[in-house]
Design a protein. Structure first.
Length: 318
């Protein structure tokens, strides 16, 4: 039986960015980063209702209306589910990561909000029980309630979404030396547009190649076989289409692989790209090489180097 802890008056939570798809696992694979991420502060107040009192770091791009913002809407659904709609809640959202980066920006915000409200009220639900509410937030944000960002953001580590009806999330092992190089080029690739470009029918031979790669990647993670991980991370279904939207994609991939990366691909719907490496030092080098090339092409970028974040959201002590 789950032990419920004491209720609180204020909770401040960080939730991490994520890399979805992991090249060959469209909508079913993802992992959590240590940096960047978003923060949510939730306070209990006397006046009943949920209010979104402040948003920073979004340049005015996110909706302030409670029913339209993924964080507040998810919190309302959570409160309805546990029968606490009479409570008074003031929320602040602080965006510490770029919007539209392909790094699960909406997922990080939503997970931070859900983890915060659950903690505030004594953790009546487990993390896995919070997942459906986080998926509702993704549906509000991009029109599709997939879990490949929210699952690793909420649970940490590398996650496999085995199925959606009902949602079935499997935690995968993480080889100890695995690190990610992530680069966000400053170009615009809207998630909805990127998803609309995807083919709805695929050739059987391509499907066989894809599921062989997914199986190979999972096997490589279980056996710490870095070579198998690298050669399995190939995408014949999604990447050929989405890569068109990302300037310098193939040159970035060439540079990353020549610099010793295990693999290279698109993070989520892009424009961020990522590479796996066997060490933090190698991941740092790959990030530097890619960012230098983008700068030479007149394209700004953000670069991140991270191990796999096994913790997921965490409470911050002010």
């Amino acid at each position: 039986m789950k032990t419920v802890s004491m209720e609180r008056d204020t909770v401040h939570v960080f939730a991490p960015a994520t890399v979805a798809n992991m090249v060959c696992g469209f909508d079913v694979l993802g992992f959590a980063l240590y940096d960047p991420g978003d923060e949510v502060i939730i306070r209990r107040v006397e006046e009943p209702g949920v209010r979104l009192v402040n948003i920073t770091g979004d340049d005015g791009r996110l909706p302030r209306q409670v029913s339209k913002n993924t964080v507040s809407a998810s919190v309302v659904s959570f409160l309805q589910h546990i029968g606490r709609t009479n409570i008074g809640i003031d929320m602040e959202l602080h965006k510490r990561m770029p919007i539209g980066s392909g790094l699960g920006s909406s997922a990080a915000s939503t997970v931070a909000g859900l983890y915060a409200i659950n903690t505030l009220l004594g953790s009546p639900l487990s993390r896995r029980e919070l997942l459906p509410f986080a998926m509702q937030g993704e549906e509000l944000a991009c029109g599709h309630g997939h879990a490949d960002n929210v699952a690793p953001a909420l649970l940490g580590g590398i996650t496999l979404i085995r199925g959606y009806d009902p949602v079935d999330v499997v935690a995968l092992p993480v080889p100890p030396a695995l690190h990610a190089s992530v680069v966000f080029p400053h170009v615009d690739v809207p998630t909805r547009d990127a998803r609309q470009m995807i083919r709805t029918k695929v050739a059987l031979k391509d499907a066989v190649t894809q599921w062989g790669n997914i199986a190979g990647l999972v096997a490589g993670l279980f056996t710490d076989d870095y070579a198998l991980i690298g050669r399995s991370m190939q995408d014949v279904l999604i990447e050929p289409t989405r890569a068109i939207l990302i300037p310098e994609f193939y040159e970035m991939r060439r540079l990353a692989m020549e610099a010793g990366a295990l693999s290279f691909g698109i993070s989520g719907s892009g424009p961020s790209v990522f590479a796996f490496a066997r060490s933090a030092e190698q991941a740092t080098y790959v990030t530097s090489i890619i960012q230098t090339h983008l700068t030479e092409q007149g394209i700004g970028s953000n670069g991140y180097v991270s191990g796999i974040n096994m913790e997921g959201p965490r409470e911050l002590r002010d």
